[in-house]
Design a protein around this ligand. Structure first.
Ligand SMILES: NC(=O)c1ccc[n+]([C@@H]2O[C@H](COP(=O)([O-])OP(=O)(O)OC[C@H]3O[C@@H](n4cnc5c(N)ncnc54)[C@H](O)[C@@H]3O)[C@@H](O)[C@H]2O)c1
Length: 384
């Protein structure tokens, strides 16, 4: 009989809910939840038949895997605590970041601090011998996995990629505050397409000669369009960002000289808009993440379908709607959690692992340094 792994979830909000819904059906037991606010964690625990813990520290002795679904500013502390206790880690995106005010710290200071934190984290995880799964669901999306298969089986060279995540802001009231999120659309949304793009280039290198192709340099621009005096606010687009950008563009140059361009913004109406496009030397692939265009629903009146979930971040359920029939599949959530648990069991490295997460984080903060210098090229630092 194979062992059952006990999972504890930190956080009782949006991400905690979709993690719970997409947990593997066998080999695990979700035993508990903790979250900052007692009423929220208790309500979540009652709803799902779990035990509510008052803190991560209290929950750690009762679990094998800590699943971190809290805001980014708490990720590092919880990952280090889990590793110190010899527990495996699943952590939501972004891995970590710099959580101080951009009015007080330069982007160069942020990049140096993040680099130090990442080194500390990597050492702690290695010393503890635990598995860390970085929950970048784009990596596990079926469309991205199909492209991974094509690149691995054919030995294609990816020449350029484009990718985007945009929608109309976040549901979270603390989104838009740098000291909680570690930045704006570049880190919070750009990390998704960037993650899949860096993953595919790693896989290309590994397939060809066993060495991943990694990002070498970035140039970026960031803008705060909804804070412009000229912004004409008609009330459709969220505009309450305190000190973070709502538009970002990141140009990545890889070690082999090939490139990728990532756009991330809070400025897209019409529901979540997520894709990767790959231009290779022998093929071209469009990876639709959301919408996936599997089923279109026509609704003559918003009120008829009010409250019915059709697609993420769509403000109105009227007209033709590219509904998501099964997001656990199309967004990669279920495959991601299955892969993490299997890797814990078998002592393997997850498809989306700490090395990938470190490259993503350093590329993003190198991007912030670049954006402060109006797009100057900045090297992506290495921990090694
Ligand atoms: N992969 C994805 O598609 C995706 C989508 C949404 C959010 N996320 C990520 O998931 C994480 C959580 O986001 P969310 O949308 O669920 O936020 P949320 O606000 O809906 O939920 C956060 C939960 O964490 C709790 N919390 C806050 N600070 C805490 C702390 N220090 N210790 C313990 N609990 C704490 C809150 O009380 C709340 O229950 C973020 O890292 C976010 O980037 C990922």
């Amino acid at each position: 009989m194979s062992r059952t792994y006990r999972i504890g979830i930190a956080g009782a909000g949006f991400a905690a809910s979709f993690h719970l819904e997409n947990m593997p059906e066998s080999g695990i037991e979700v035993v508990g939840v903790t979250s900052a606010r007692a009423e929220k964690r208790e309500a979540f625990a009652v709803r799902h038949g779990l035990r509510a813990f008052s803190s991560v520290a209290e929950m750690l002795p009762e679990i094998d895997i800590l699943d971190i679904c809290t805001p980014p500013s708490s990720h590092l502390e919880y990952m280090l605590a889990a590793a110190a206790a010899g527990k495996h880690v699943i952590v939501e995106k972004p891995l970590t970041g710099f959580f101080g005010s951009p009015a007080e710290f330069t982007k160069g200071q942020m990049l140096s601090a993040v680099k130090q934190d990442l080194r500390r984290l990597r050492e702690a995880v290695a010393a503890a011998g635990v598995t860390l799964g970085y929950a970048e669901n784009f990596v596990y999306a079926p469309s991205v996995q199909k492209e991974r298969e094509i690149v691995e089986k054919t030995g294609s060279q990816i020449l350029r990629m484009t990718g985007e995540e945009s929608h109309n802001g976040s549901h979270s009231p603390v989104y838009g505050i740098w000291s909680v999120q570690g930045g704006g659309s570049l880190i919070a949304k750009g990390c998704h397409p960037l993650g899949a793009i860096l993953y595919l280039k790693r896989k290309e290198g590994l397939a060809r000669n066993g060495v991943p192709i990694r990002p070498a340099a970035v140039s970026a621009r960031t803008h705060s369009i909804t804070r412009l005096p000229s912004f004409s606010d008609l009330g459709f687009i969220r505009s309450s960002y305190q000190d973070t950008e709502d538009y970002s563009f990141l140009h990545v140059v890889f070690e082999d000289g090939t490139v990728a361009d990532i756009t991330a913004s809070e400025l897209a109406l019409g529901g979540i808009y997520d894709f990767i496009e790959v231009f290779a030397n022998d093929h071209r692939t469009r990876c639709r993440i959301s919408p996936v265009n599997v089923v279109d629903v026509y609704s003559p009146k918003h009120d008829r379908f009010k409250g019915l979930y059709l697609v993420e971040k769509l403000s109105s359920n009227e007209g033709w709607i590219p509904a998501s029939p099964e997001e656990g599949w199309s967004l990669g959530y279920a495959k991601e959690l299955r892969n993490f648990v299997d890797c814990v069991r078998e002592g393997r490295t997850p498809e989306s692992d700490l090395d990938l997460a470190i490259d993503i984080t350093l590329a993003i903060y190198a991007g912030y340094v670049s954006a402060d210098d109006i797009g100057r090229e900045v090297k992506v630092p290495r921990l090694d």
